[in-house]
Design a binder for this molecule. Sequence first.
Ligand code: PGA
Length: 250
Amino acid sequence: MRPLIYAANWKMHLPPAEARGFAQAFLSAAPPVPGRTLWFFPSAVSLEATAQACKGRQDVRVGAQDVHWEPKGAFTGATSVPLAKGAGAVGALVGHSERRHVFGETDQETGQKVQAILQSGLTAMLCVGEKLAEREANQTEAVCIRQLRAGLAGVAGEAWGRVLIAYEPVWAIGTGKNATPADAAAVHGAIRLELARLGAPERIPVLYGGSVNKGNVRALIGEPEIDGVLVGGASLDPAGWAEIVASGLL
Ligand code: PGA
């Protein structure tokens, strides 16, 4: 099996006790598979419970859904990288479309967050993707490239090995509409070219996200450009998620 990453973004779901129960049910249904890495992005309050429940599984990583770029200070409600790390996170999402378009996060802020994560030795999963109007105006690649340049400004050396990208067209998130595997693969190709221009010395995994489910996951990961998936709604049920992460085995 080629290396694949299956990432679950639990958004504002699964409090600690439920996250622990999920992990127990899911981990027994999904034994480790060589080459496959599993990520969970629980809410900040469930980070520690999830990390504890997944301890001992070398194939599983737990990350925060968002972080602040400052290491500490008067930022009520925010989670710093050291706070997330203290709770067991080994990485974080940055620039998820809900952070950008619901909470108004700027491109520049995504860059500050990526820097803070990488400087702490953690992994950053930078999310990029166009809105429907941007796709209709043929700006998909331009938007993704702009977001990549801002988000990855200053990344150098070994830190590239801790960068992951998720291409998530905004119009596909939580809508039941998803990019066709060929459309997604074309954008992934453009992302890969830009990563090379930015100086990435190695293949950076590029995941697809947006209404991935058990009916479409196999076709998506069948594209060599797609290195895995980032999944919201369909990752909330342990049995369903176990079925999805088994898709690369067939
Ligand atoms: P979805 O969410 O799978 O529910 O569309 C994906 C995401 O927001 O990462």
